[in-house]
Unconditional design. Structure first.
Length: 386
């Protein structure tokens, strides 16, 4: 049925191909062009908000469970094997990728050399492991703010290495974000409840996560450009090889048997791990769809909201301590990020970031598994880094 309506693909809003309601109303009710445009705009706004709510909701569940699994004891015992969680998440993503590839009748053979997929998988696995392990030593809020803290260093390196230029607004926003993050870190508790005596270790792990996560996105973007891999093919092989890397790591470190035994002994943990994997996979669907249909700026604004919501809910649920000055620091960070997103969206329509990354008529999806870490050349590209 979907294939029979190939000619109507360009009129679809969202990831599903269906008969455009705007065309239907024009035929049945002889809607004027202005009314049709207004209806199409409302429909697009609905889908953008729908994808945004999906991203925020699924990543909120993912973040809360991530923090809970690594910091809350199950029957008096703390879970210690973060690579096991990575393996579970990757296996769930493999199932999702195979299902989507079969539904869309895409080839299952690898579209890029396996060694290139393996490089992405290695950085992906150990980036995720650092992210989980960091929660043992620093709070969830610190982990979230760390992703924004790197704006200033990225801009400085961009000037030194790539001779890039940035406007006054870029520097003002980056300075505000850096100062807000610094104030948050220096004016209140930042340690995890699990190991409050070794927060430096947590910052080292957080730095490892940011470095490896940036490498992962860069390698993925290169795969799309060089081999025109589809989204599902890349998801299938990167996550499949990531699961193999995780399994090999568990075996060589001797953590596989203890992790399985912990899962069997604590059904509550197994339920949390299952929901964690499901929410991670579901978030990818919403992320892909919003970036594809509405562009990177809409996604950047959504992620700013997600950071605020996740930190607030984390403090409420796990009753972490926070000072008034830390709240002020958070406000500086997020006001700066929201201003940057809003200002970028109000810029001239010629900016690429206001357009979908992939045309609705494109025959090949070319979206990365994670939004690519930017190497900003102007205001909008530096906003993606935020």
């Amino acid at each position: 049925l979907f294939r029979s309506r190939r000619a109507q693909k360009s009129n679809a809003i969202g990831p599903f191909h269906y008969r455009s309601p705007v065309l239907f109303l024009l035929k049945k009710q002889e809607m004027s062009p202005d009314d049709a445009h207004a209806s199409s705009t409302r429909s697009a706004a609905f889908w953008c908000c729908f994808y945004g709510a999906g991203i925020i909701g699924t990543l909120l569940v993912y973040g809360l469970l991530q923090e809970g699994i690594m910091t809350v004891k199950y029957d008096g015992e703390l879970f210690k094997y973060s690579v096991f969680l990575v393996m579970c998440n990757r296996l769930a993503a493999v199932v999702f990728a195979i299902t989507m590839a079969l539904v869309r009748r895409e080839p299952l053979m690898n579209e890029a050399p396996l060694w290139k997929y393996l490089l992405v998988s290695l950085s992906n696995v150990y980036a995720s492991s650092c992210q989980y392990e960091a929660l043992k030593y620093v709070s969830f809020a610190v982990q979230m703010l760390g992703k924004s803290f790197k704006m200033m260093p990225v801009m400085i390196w961009g000037m030194i290495i790539a001779r890039k230029r940035y406007g006054a607004r870029d520097w003002a926003v980056a300075l505000a974000v850096t100062l807000g993050c610094t104030e948050f870190l220096m004016t209140g508790p930042t340690k995890s409840k699990v190991d409050s005596g070794n927060s430096f270790h947590g910052f080292v792990l957080l730095g490892g996560f940011l470095a490896l996560d940036g490498l992962t996105s860069t390698l993925q973007e290169k795969l799309f450009k060089e081999h025109r891999t589809t989204r599902n093919n890349q998801m299938l092989y990167i996550n499949g090889l990531s699961a193999c890397v995780s399994l090999l790591t568990l075996i060589t470190t001797g953590h596989l048997a203890p992790a399985v035994a912990f899962s069997v002994a604590h059904p509550a943990f197994l339920a949390d791990a299952t929901i964690l994997s499901a929410s991670a996979v579901a978030s990818q669907f919403f992320i892909y769809s919003q970036i594809k249909e509405f562009g990177a700026l809409a996604f950047a604004a959504t992620m700013n909201v997600r950071q605020v919501v996740s930190i607030m809910v984390s403090y409420a649920k796990y009753q972490n301590a926070i000072t008034g000055l830390q709240i002020f620091g958070l406000a500086i960070v997020f006001l700066a990020l929201f201003y940057k997103s809003t200002a970028a969206m109000m810029d001239a329509p010629r900016k690429d970031e206001k357009l979908p990354l992939v045309s609705k008529d494109a025959q090949v999806d070319q979206l990365p598994v994670e939004p690519a870490q930017p190497q900003p050349v102007d205001a909008q590209q530096s906003n993606k880094d935020a």
